[in-house]
Design a protein around this ligand. Structure first.
Ligand code: NCD
Ligand code: ZN
Length: 361
């Protein structure tokens, strides 16, 4: 039985780092495990310009723990008013790594999202021409569509026509949750990829209602039936270069989760690699973890692979019930559970119970 694996340093191709005190509380967890991360732009107000992305990137770097070696890759939030020239310039100047499409009102801070993708043809043509990836939150928002069907309906109504109209546009279907999404991505051209979160590999929708309402198992897209989880697991461990690691770590304070209208989002950053390693181990696919975590993503984005490596050791670790930083208390994914893998690294884990030290890099 493999007791230790060493893989090339991985990246997180979808993360919410937030801003202000929350940024300071969470960024160290992502920087500890990953060399780079695609940072979601759904702040209030959203990150829609080169100036806003540059300023946000500066705040992220300033909030990193001392000595961290981490590069945030910034994204531009698409709105109905998105400007193709600004987006192209941002990509060419390497400020933006990609654009993010949130259908209006699909999820947290998406009120400024796109109401009709067809109105963005000019932006999409530009992105296609310059090779800039479009990252898609793939859910329709129509209230008459059942919440568990919103991803599959999005693929049929929005994504399939989009791929037909922009056949060379690089698209990442983010945080896939269904067999329909797996099939669409697997059957599509090399320009279509998908990220997969730890939670969609580990839980099905029963987890949200396990003996009562479990807000910490609620995220968007919502976890689906078991057969969908199994399809997503199969895709993750398949070795296909189309599927890669994106945690969608989406912290909300405990008070905002445990509420009459709890926010969507699972904070999985502190034990993300351990969680993925456990899944790949259960699937007898530890030899495929490196491709999923460290190679398929950069290859899709056309970025160099990271130097250096990280090691995971087979060892039980207890996940704390809560992680606090200053005034902020967060419940991590796997809270109170045991995971059978430990992330081994010389750099110390961010101190749990204290805010990370800020530097002025
Ligand atoms: C995300 C958030 O909280 O920003 N929530 C989530 O459940 N994943 C938004 C998103 O990615 O949908
Ligand atoms: Zn997200």
């Amino acid at each position: 039985m493999t007791s230790e694996i060493t893989i090339r340093r991985p990246d997180d191709w979808h993360v919410h780092l937030r801003d202000g005190d929350m940024l300071a509380a969470v960024v160290g967890h992502t920087a500890h495990q990953f060399a780079r991360a695609i940072v979601m732009p759904n702040l209030t107000p959203p990150v829609v310009s080169i100036a806003a992305a540059t300023a946000y990137r500066g705040r992220i770097l300033a909030a990193l723990p001392a000595g961290a070696d981490f590069s945030p890759l910034m994204t531009c939030y698409l709105t109905d008013d998105a400007d193709p020239a600004e987006i192209a310039r941002g990509y060419q100047e390497r400020v933006f790594a990609a654009c993010k499409l949130y259908p209006a009102h699909a999820t947290t801070n998406s009120a400024h999202g796109v109401t009709d993708i067809r109105a963005l043809a000019g932006v999409l043509e530009t992105m296609q021409r310059i090779g800039m990836p479009l990252l898609v939150h793939g859910e329709v928002t129509d209230r008459d569509v059942d919440i568990f069907d919103r991803e599959a309906v999005f693929i049929e109504r929005v994504l399939a026509p989009l791929v037909r109209d922009f056949p060379a546009l690089k698209i990442v279907l983010e945080h896939i949750t269904t067999s329909e999404a797996v099939a669409f991505v697997a059957d599509g051209g090399a320009q279509i990829g998908a990220t997969i979160t730890p939670q969609h590999l580990v839980i099905n929708r029963n987890a949200i209602f396990d003996g009562g309402i479990r807000p910490h198992a609620y995220c968007l897209p919502v976890a689906k039936r078991e057969r969908h989880r199994l399809a997503v697991r199969k895709a993750a461990v398949s070795g296909s270069p189309k599927f890669f690691l994106g945690t969608d770590s989406a912290p909300h304070s405990v008070g905002r989760k445990e509420s009459a209208c709890g926010c969507a989002g699972i904070f999985n950053a502190p034990f993300a690699l351990e969680s993925y390693a456990q899944v790949f181990d259960e699937e007898n696919a530890l030899d495929r973890l490196e491709g999923f975590a460290s190679e398929h993503g950069p290859n899709f984005y056309g970025l160099p692979l990271n130097e250096g490596s990280v090691t995971l050791r087979r060892e039980d670790i207890g996940v704390p019930a809560a992680i606090t930083a200053g005034e902020i208390s967060l419940v991590p994914f796997h809270a109170g559970e045991t995971i059978g893998w430990r992330f081994v690294d010389e750099t110390p884990r961010p101190v749990i119970g204290a805010a990370p030290v800020a530097t002025n890099r």
